[in-house]
Design a protein around this ligand. Sequence first.
Ligand code: IMP
Length: 427
Amino acid sequence: MKQTVAIIGAQWGDEGKGKIVDRFARPADWVVRYQGGSNAGHTVVVEDEKYVLHLIPSGILHENTLSMIGPGVVVNLRDLFEEIEMLRKNDKSVLERLRVAGRAHVLFPFHRYIDVRSEDKRGEDKIGTTGKGIGPAYLDKVRRRGLRICDLADRDKVHSHCEKIFSELDEGWAEFEKSSVEELAGEYSEYYQQLKDIVVDAPSELDAAYRRGEKILFEGAQGSLLDIDFGTYPYVTSSNPTVGGVVTGSGFPGHRLKSVLGIAKAYTTRVGEGPFPAELTGEMGQWLQDKGGEFGATTGRPRRCGWLDLKILRYTARVNGFTDLVLTKLDVLSGQEKLKVAVDYRGPSGQPINGFPARSEQLAEVEPVYEELEGWDEDITDCSKFSELPAAARDYVKYIEENLQVPVSYLSVGPGRRQFIERKAGL
Ligand code: IMP
């Protein structure tokens, strides 16, 4: 693998990044999460055992890889310790291989409460968040009143912070969270005591690792169209899953990034509200949802499904500068006589749409222009070489890379580690 690689979702998240990171984490010395929090759900299947990781990078499943929760992540410490305990059942060395950035912000239970309450208040205008408190935690960060992991060393500071926030919350809060200020401050100070030996200055660690020639993989959560700046605002998450987030969320300089791998599902899905031009609401959408098992790994919500949208991928390839693409879940498409692919959009009166619309209202009313491609019937879950795929599946892949002018270098044809096709050796 190249020395530094970023793995980034090219659509609305749920592209199957967990499996891809797991795959490429083997030769990596480090896997770094740089944004988001436990709104992510990365599923990895190892020898028939399924792991769903929300906060800890998928690299943790490799014994020679160090995993870092970077400064740009908002960390729910209850979730973190739950995950540590889950992993400890099979591997006692988890804490030794984990590092947490002291500059990462802490996501407290009141952030979750505020998230759920503000969604309720928005009614029909809701975003459809995961309810994990992500937006409120980032809001406190930019309002410059958040607490960071390093601040938990000071119990009095945690106490006075919680006291202040508690006093601002409405009456529903006492129902939501039973702990008193005292208990919460104690709980979070105790978390720090358990973590303090692995709390690090991320830029120093990563710089030293880079200079030693170690391999570093940056693991994006969510997807490019959920990016706060480049996504389908306001129906986005509150961080930057795109490549800029690697830099601001880890303290690693952009010019040292050698490869940016975009992960795209062979069709499109989205969870939560917001425009989705190639969405299929009828039988075909249901078929994709059932066959692809399209239910959220974090919330269990059914994912909305649609055809592959190359207008989206052209846009996200531009934003991120993808050097290669991984096409995932290609096996799900087996069994269709014809497949459609959105190649462009037209406005309501048929006018061309230049670029990718910034306004959600405009995106909601575009009509996709479809190309129809041949489907295939064969089960491809056992294919391990590109040449073993049916001709129509190969043509589908070639069509995508020609349209995007980005090579589809890897394909995933099932959930297992081995169900993977490399058209290019290594990373
Ligand atoms: P939040 O990140 O919980 O604030 O949710 C904002 C939007 O991002 C909602 O539409 C969520 O469904 C979506 N979202 C957040 N995390 C993920 C993810 O990991 N996969 C897919 N969608 C996500």
